[in-house]
Each structure stands twice: as structure tokens, then as C-alpha cells.
Design a protein around this ligand. Structure first.
Ligand code: ATP
Ligand code: MG
Length: 437
């Protein structure tokens, strides 16, 4: 059998099982057992964690106007230039599948005037994003992000709190081998003059840069630092760094941020070459990477984006946020998969069909109490039911057929100790509730 392994690391597909034209879209994955349990664990932990930091969830549509992203994310970014799924709807409106979550959240914030209700807004989101990238391990065309956005404060403490919150989330998920990189990309005061200096020094390297970076040197020279091309990566070592060209306000902000991170007990490394793939950042930028992910090692990243609201036509709203990829988190938790498997307290085995009514009522009653219980009505042999029960990892197996009914007893087998006992049918439900709840 030939398997085409794509998508999440353990997902196998045999395309011969299905007509070519209806198979799933390249780079877009189905998520199911056992991976789905890891996803659920991540989702539960992320929600609980963000909610304890007073963030509330916001759900925005998957489709937005293309203009939102060209203005919000930036016309010169890879995302807008090469990666968006853009189409016209039946009315001729130009729409895009969202490639990221921040621009839509800011759009919603402005559209619903949320800051009039409370000048501080803390919002988190969770959902699918779409980018037309080359699919590979850790990089897909439909992927999922969780993220937070804090609106209403310019203070460096807020950025530090967001970074610390993310680091603590990863600690809660028991992730090891992570590193936080921290930088500043300056502001409207200091970035333009730095860009001129950078463009100047890029001129002498022009011939050695990849064609993308050759274009970038004019439009957005900072992007060169983000180039994945190996030869460009080597060249950037010689370039002047924005950290040496920050204005007083940005310099002070960066120093205060680092002090606050110290208070939160967060370890980080200042990286003077850190720029992020989106244009809206100013001052603080950060990225969290894992040494266990291979080439696509970014677990998440974020920064401050005080100007995005104005770019979208709103009043100035200072803001800082973070976005992380769920697929990459799931990959890091894959070796602990069994931890996240739901437990099965009871499996009911029926040697014949004489106890089926009693068994069906029993299972249904337990399930309504939230106790997971399995049963197989298909009349398989006792041996094959026991085999399935064994494979299910159930704590107990209840055996109930004609023989047991005539004795007014059911047999309960502890699958760990293999001990069996008889339980009177009269008290069966209460007995099981007590044991299994
Ligand atoms: P990368 O450097 O890996 O391309 P990025 O800078 O484009 O990441 P962001 O836009 O900041 O990433 O998105 C935040 C996180 O979302 C990333 O750190 C990563 O974990 C995840 N992510 C981004 N693009 C993809 C993708 N195509 N497939 C899977 N996860 C992704
Ligand atoms: Mg990217």
C-alpha cells in the first residue's frame, strides 16, 4: 500500500480509496483520533489560561474583504503578495480567506466600538487560517491559530504581561526546549531614517540577494531579515541593526519591557535581527521557537501594533498581541498522546441477546450521568466483544446475558486486576454509579 504522508505528522492518506477530484485540498488536513485528543487538550488549556488573565473570546468570520488584509497586514508582505486565497463572490466583491487573526479582530473592535464600553479590551481567538504556502512538516495551507489582543495601553508592562502569559501557557503544557527572542522594530520616528541607512548598505549586497530581497530593498528593506533563503540569511549578519538606531522613546520602552519581563521571571534573548512577517508591528516584537520542531520552529510570535487601527481608518488604539500555531503545539505533544486519550470506565459485553434491554437502559443511564460507557449491539461473538473491550482500555467490563439474568446477577470484571465479582441486578445501577463516577 502506498501512503502519501502529508499534513499533521501522523496523518496517512491512501488516495486510491477516493476519486481524485473529491480528495482533500493539498495542505488542508482532517484531524481525528488520536490527534484530536491532543487538540482538545490544547484548546482546553489555552482557553482556561487566557480566561484567567481576563481575556474573553471573539469569533470573527473566516472570510473578510481583501482590502482589510492589504491595508492591515501590509501590501508588501509575503502574506498579501503571495499567500492569500482571494476570490470574487457572486456579486463581484473581492474577498479573502483570513490569513491571520489580528486585522479581523481590530476591524471588529472598531466596527462595534468596543472601546466605548471599556477602554481596555482583552480578546482571544481560536480558529482556522489560510495561506497558500508550500506544504511541509509544520506548514499547511489551512492551519489553526490561537491568539490574544490587548487594546488600550501603550505601557511596556502590558507587552511584558502578554509575553509572560504565553511563556506560562507553554510551561503549563509542559513544553521543553523553548526560547523567547525579543526585539524592537522602532516607530514612525526612528524607523524611516533606519530604513534609509539599511537600504544604503543593501545596495552593495544587491547582486548577492535573492530576487525577492532585491525587490524588498526598495519597498520594505526590513523584510530582508525575515528571508528564509540561506544565502540571504548569511548576508544579513553584515547589516546595521535597528536596535542601534532606536529613538529615545523606543529605547526607553524597550528597556522598561525588559525590566518588566525580569519581574515576571521570563528568560529571553535579545535578537537584533528579529522582524516579523507582518507590517503592522512597532516597538516590541517577539517570537517563541522550539528546538524540537525542525525547520518550521516558530511556535508563535507577536508584538505591539499601535498604528494598525489608524491604518484601518479608526482612531489611534495602542495594542499588543500574540498568535500561535496549534499544529506545531500538537506536534510537540505527540509523544504524550496517551495522556490525552479519554478514559473509558465501562464496556458492556453481552454473551447473548437476552439481557440487551437491561444493558441498553443501564448504559444510557450512566451516559446521562456523564460516565463514558461502550456497548456493541451487533451480536458479535463473546470472544470478539471481549477483544474489543480489551483494546478499548476500559477499566471495567460488565458481562450480562441469559445466564446472568436467571441468577439475577451481572458479572463485573476489573480489567487491571482481572478480578471478577457478581453484582445483584437490583442494585447494579447504583453500584456502578458509585464505582465509576
Ligand atoms: P513562519 O516563520 O513559520 O512562517 P510566521 O511568522 O509566518 O511563521 P505568524 O504569522 O506570526 O507566523 O503566525 C503565528 C504562528 O502561526 C507561527 O509561529 C506558527 O506557529 C503558525 N503558523 C504560521 N503559518 C503557518 C502555516 N502555514 N502552517 C502551520 N502553522 C503556521
Ligand atoms: Mg510565514
Amino acid at each position: 500500500m502506498t501512503f502519501d504522508t502529508v499534513g499533521c505528522s501522523c496523518q496517512k492518506r491512501d488516495h486510491r480509496q477516493i476519486d481524485m477530484e473529491i480528495r482533500s485540498v493539498k495542505g488542508m488536513n482532517d484531524i481525528f483520533e488520536p490527534q484530536i485528543h491532543i487538540w482538545r487538550h490544547i484548546e482546553d488549556q489555552v482557553r482556561k489560561h487566557f480566561e484567567s488573565f481576563c481575556y474573553t473570546e471573539i469569533k470573527t468570520p473566516v472570510v473578510e474583504s481583501t482590502t482589510l488584509f492589504s491595508r492591515g497586514v501590509g501590501d508588501s508582505t509575503d502574506i498579501v503578495q503571495k499567500e492569500m486565497y482571494t476570490f470574487e463572490d457572486r456579486n463581484g466583491e473581492k474577498l479573502s480567506l483570513r490569513p491571520e487573526g489580528t486585522a479581523p479582530v481590530v476591524r471588529a473592535l472598531l466596527e462595534h466600538q468596543l472601546l466605548n464600553q471599556d477602554p481596555i479590551q482583552r480578546l482571544y481567538y481560536w480558529g482556522p487560517m489560510f495561506r497558500y504556502e508550500r506544504p511541509q512538516k509544520g506548514r499547511y495551507r489551512q492551519f489553526h491559530q490561537y491568539g490574544v489582543e490587548y487594546f488600550g495601553s501603550e505601557d511596556a508592562w502590558v507587552g511584558a504581561e502578554v509575553i509572560a502569559m504565553v511563556v506560562k501557557l507553554f510551561e503549563k503544557l509542559k513544553l521543553k526546549g523553548l526560547a523567547v527572542r525579543l526585539g524592537s522594530v522602532g516607530c514612525d520616528q526612528c524607523r524611516p531614517s533606519y530604513k534609509t541607512i539599511l537600504s544604503e548598505s543593501l545596495k552593495s549586497l544587491h547582486a548577492q540577494l535573492c530576487s525577492d530581497c532585491q525587490n524588498r530593498t526598495q519597498k520594505n528593506p526590513l523584510r530582508v531579515f525575515d528571508c528564509k533563503n540561506e544565502s540571504c540569511k548569511k548576508l544579513v549578519g553584515q547589516l546595521p541593526r535597528i536596535l542601534d538606531h532606536l529613538c529615545q522613546v523606543c529605547g526607553d520602552h524597550f528597556a522598561k519591557l525588559q525590566g518588566a519581563l525580569g519581574e515576571f521571571g521570563v528568560s529571553y534573548r535579545v535578537d537584533s535581527g528579529l522582524v516579523r512577517g507582518l507590517d503592522y508591528y512597532m516597538r516590541t516584537v517577539f517570537e517563541v521557537t522550539s528546538q524540537d520542531l525542525g525547520a518550521q520552529d516558530a511556535v508563535g510570535g507577536g508584538g505591539r501594533y499601535d498604528k494598525l487601527s489608524e491604518d484601518l481608518g479608526g482612531k489611534p488604539v495602542p495594542a499588543v498581541g500574540f498568535a500561535g500555531g496549534i499544529e506545531r503545539l500538537a506536534m510537540l505533544l505527540e509523544s504524550r498522546q496517551t495522556e490525552f486519550q479519554p478514559k473509558l470506565p465501562l464496556y458492556v459485553v453481552m454473551p447473548d441477546d437476552q439481557g440487551v434491554g437491561t444493558c441498553a437502559r443501564l448504559v444510557s443511564e450512566l451516559r446521562l450521568l456523564g460516565i463514558r460507557a461502550d456497548i456493541d449491539y451487533s451480536g458479535r461473538s463473546m470472544k470478539s466483544q471481549m477483544k474489543r473491550a480489551d483494546r478499548s482500555g476500559a477499566d471495567y467490563v460488565l458481562i450480562l446475558g441469559g445466564q446472568e439474568i436467571s441468577k439475577k446477577m451481572a458479572v463485573l470484571r476489573n480489567m487491571k486486576t482481572k478480578a471478577q465479582e457478581e453484582i445483584p441486578l437490583e442494585t447494579l445501577v447504583d453500584d456502578l454509579k458509585r464505582r465509576l463516577q
